[in-house]
Unconditional design. Structure first.
Length: 369
């Protein structure tokens, strides 16, 4: 089983190092950050060639790949009886943590290994609904998020340009099938732009089962109108967006929201916390609430970190003021919960089983339309 092939210890350590970069951005001292984390010098276009998405080597996961990290299963999770007909496009979060350049190089072996682990433990939840496509891309280095500058925007633009070319190839290969789109953190940021520029008000909107925009805030008033997609209001709704950011209690999200509140949304309106979208993955509904008994499974690492088990009924969740608050018997997921009880790292792991069921249910509802 793939769960034994890939050590959860590696997953936790590498995944959380990446999340630590996010934590530094949100909570660290700005002077220290600018000195130690901001990429050196001004942005210059990378020397390496852009990725060719007609080449299987440019993908972390895609149909026909073996081994395929998107087919990973934790202990306790039954293999799906059948794979759905959807085509799934997943964008991984930041894995390049160096400050020597603005974008990850294509030969970044360490970052590529981390990206595989993200696909294994996040995109795998969506796999029963269809075939997963997860591109490599020249992601913006985490330091690119530290400054509101032309250099930083250029780095993000390059990363998005790769994602966009991968998506266009994905659409060609998907041959008219229904689609699911998903991302986390930096991946969710690029997914939002993709929804605005490629999906909203286009024929692709009619093929969209759902978009999982996780670990990045969205405004109902300042963003959703420009995306031309609603937040999901029922477990069977299709053509809608799921978004959440997980916090334990007592929560202190103020530093996380500092750069969000008052920023300009896609619709040209200023964002506010009161308008932040929260769709509970346990209920599949906007502003939903559910007890731990409704959670079909959280990814829990074994004591020796050699495997992961899907444990049901441990963690409940409720949407409140735009955030997803978790409660119940929260298992020891690791020592990397971010300041303010921010469970950003575990946005997918806490609800892996629920996401799996949600994607399958929406895909089935789409097929019945």
């Amino acid at each position: 089983m793939c769960a034994r092939r890939f050590l959860i210890a590696i997953f936790i350590l590498t995944l959380l190092v990446a999340a630590g970069a996010f934590a530094i951005f949100q909570f660290g001292q700005q002077i220290l950050l600018r000195t130690e984390a901001t990429p050196k010098g001004h942005y210059t276009p990378p020397a390496d060639r852009r990725l060719d998405y007609s080449d299987a080597a440019s993908w972390i996961a895609r149909p026909g790949m073996s081994p395929n990290p998107a087919e990973w299963l934790p202990d306790g999770a039954p293999s799906p009886a059948a794979t759905g007909s959807a085509a799934i496009f997943y964008i991984h979060p930041t894995t390049y943590l160096q400050n020597d350049r603005w974008n990850a190089p294509t030969n970044d072996t360490v970052g590529r290994q981390k990206a595989v682990l993200f696909v294994q433990t996040q995109a795998s939840a969506l796999a029963p609904a269809g075939q997963v496509w997860a591109p490599r891309y020249r992601q913006a280095a985490y330091g690119a998020f530290l400054l509101n500058s032309k250099d930083a925007q250029a780095a993000l633009n390059l990363a998005y340009a790769d994602v966009l070319r991968a998506f266009d190839r994905f659409i060609v290969e998907s041959a008219g099938r229904p689609i699911i789109l998903a991302g986390h953190s930096q991946g969710a940021l690029h997914l939002l732009r993709l929804l605005k520029e490629r999906v909203a008000n286009s024929a692709l909107k009619q093929r969209l089962i759902a978009a999982y925009v996780v670990g990045w805030p969205i405004s109902a008033k300042a963003d959703l109108p420009a995306l031309a997609l609603p937040a999901c209001g029922s477990p069977e709704q299709t053509g809608c967006i799921l978004s959440w950011m997980s916090f334990g209690e007592p929560a202190n999200p103020n530093l996380v929201l500092r750069t969000y509140e008052g920023s300009a949304g896609f619709a040209g309106v200023k964002r506010s916390r009161e308008d932040m979208v929260c769709v509970n993955p346990l209920t599949g509904t906007q502003d939903g609430a559910a007890p731990a008994s409704a959670n079909p499974g959280t990814l829990v690492p074994a004591a020796n970190l050699s495997s992961a088990t899907l444990a049901p009924g441990l963690v409940g969740a409720r949407c409140e003021k735009g955030l997803l608050f978790i409660d119940g018997d929260i298992p020891p997921l690791g020592p990397y919960v971010l300041p303010g009880n921010n469970y950003h790292v575990y946005d997918y792991a806490l609800f892996w089983g629920a996401i799996r069921e949600d994607a399958r249910r929406r895909a089935e509802a789409f097929a019945k339309r």
